[in-house]
Design a protein around this ligand. Structure first.
Ligand SMILES: [Zn+2]
Length: 212
């Protein structure tokens, strides 16, 4: 027996035993096995990461650390948001009892957040050695057509396969960790390393000297 996500009944039982109350707001929930729609206090399956896998079968091992049960109301409110982004919404901050990383269930939610942080630290460390390589070894081209805004760039297409991967990783990293800035009245995410700020436009990595 399994549910519609392909979750084995046995695993589902363990999750139900663990998440007796909503993992976010701690309210009591009901099963509503035969009710259509999603009542606010319905126990719903929640994927902590919104990337899935959403369906499990023999080839995809079920991972209970990314599946939880939360109430229909929290589930609807979170939607597809990243967990930490959702905590910033009015639904979470205005709740009678605020919903945030300190108030959610230890297992699996706090554990999940910690795991994500560790993953990020891991990938930043991995990234940094390769990044150093691309920053030091790339031939940075001066953008001659925009002398008023002096900056340099490298084009992804000209990089080695490994450095292309690094480019993608760095682009992702800037998106997640960078700060907002404008370049010719368009908004981009910037990230500072050493004396330079870095930003990506399409397949181009740009850098400009910081006014220190
Ligand atoms: Zn809830």
């Amino acid at each position: 027996m399994s549910n519609k996500y392909g979750l084995p009944e046995e695993d589902l039982r363990k999750i139900r035993a663990r998440d007796i109350k909503c993992v976010y707001c701690h309210k009591a929930m009901q099963e509503y096995r035969h009710t259509k729609g999603t009542p606010n206090d319905k126990a719903t399956i929640e994927h902590l990461n919104k990337d899935g896998p959403f369906y499990w079968n023999k080839s995809v091992k079920f991972d209970p650390s990314v599946v939880a049960i939360c109430c229909g109301r929290c589930n609807k409110s979170r939607g597809k948001r990243d967990l930490l982004d959702w905590f910033k919404t009015k639904y979470c901050t205005n709740s009678a009892k605020a919903i945030n990383e300190k108030t959610v269930a230890e297992e699996p939610v706090k554990e999940y957040i910690r795991m994500q942080r560790n993953l990020e630290i891991f990938s930043i460390n991995q990234l940094s050695s390769q990044l150093k390589q691309i920053i030091e070894n790339s031939k940075w081209i001066f953008a001659k057509t925009m002398p008023d805004t002096p900056h340099y760039y490298v084009v992804k297409d000209n990089l080695s396969e490994d450095d292309k991967k690094m480019f993608n990783g760095f682009e992702w990293f800037i998106k997640k960790n960078g700060y907002d800035g404008e370049f010719y009245s368009k908004k981009y995410k910037y990230f500072n390393i050493g004396n330079y700020k870095y930003w990506v436009i399409g397949n181009i990595l740009n850098r400009a000297k910081l006014n220190l």
